[in-house]
Write a new protein. Sequence first.
Length: 287
Amino acid sequence: MAANREYKDRLFKFIFGNPENKEWTLSLYNAMNHSHYTDPNDIRLNTIENAVYMSMKNDVSFLIADTLNFYEQQSTFNPNMPMRFLIYAGMVYNKYVSESKRYHRYSRTLQKAPTPKCVCFYNGTDDRADRVILQLTDAFAPDSSPDIEVKVTMININFGHNKDLLEACRPLEDYAQFVDMIRANQKITDTLEDAIDVALDKLPDDSVIKPFLTANKAEVKYMCITEYDEERTFAEQREEGREEGREEGRLSMVIELVKEGILTIKQAADRMQMTVPELEAEMAMNA
C-alpha cells in the first residue's frame, strides 16, 4: 500500500477531527447534546494524540454552552480512560488559561472556565453496555478520599447499539456500519486489506463519508490495519496473562504437594519442567 506511514491517527479522528469535515463534527456534537447548531465554523477544533477536543463559539468568541468536548474512540475496552482524559484536560486547560484574554488566573474574583465533557466512543468486539460511566476514583485506594475526580462516558457505537444516537448523526452511523462490514468481510476474504476494500465498495452510495474514505483510501486502509493489529495484540496479551495465571496456579499446587510430602522435589520439578534448583528457588520465594 502507498499509505502515509506517518499518519498515525485513528480512523475515527481522521473523520471527526478533520478540519475538512467540520460539518460532521458539528453533527456529532448536535447528536450528543440534543442541539441544533447549523454553522460548522462555530466549532474551534483541535486534536491531541489519540483524541479530539473541540469548543463551540459565537461571533464574540464566547463558548456556546460553555463546554469543552473531549472525544476519543477505542476499539478495546480500557478502564483507564479517566486518567488519559485527566492528562488531556490538563494540556487543554493549560493552553486555555495561557491564551485566554478573559481568564485571569491571579484574579481575586472567581474566574469561570468551560465545562469539560469527556466521551469515549467504544467499538470493540467485547460485548459492552450501550453506556457506561468510568470514574478516576475507581483507580484509587478504597476510602482514600481523593480530591480529584474525572468521569468519562463510554458509549458503545457498534452497529446496532445506541440507535437513536447513530440515527441522529449520519456520519457516525456510516462509520459504525463501515467498521461492522469490515469485521463481517474478514470471515469471507483472504486478508484484512481485502475486507476493507469490499466494505468500501459496498458502503451505500448515499453514505456521506464514502467519498471521503474513497479519496483517502490508502490512509484509511493503513489506519484500519494499524487499529486491528492493536486490537489483536491486546487480545493476545490477555490470553498470555490468563496462561501465566494458570501456570502460577499449577506451580502453587505442586509446591503444596511437596510440602505435604505427596511429591518429592524431583517429581515436582519434573512435572513443572524445571530443574530441582529452580523449583527450590521458587519454593523459597513462596515460603
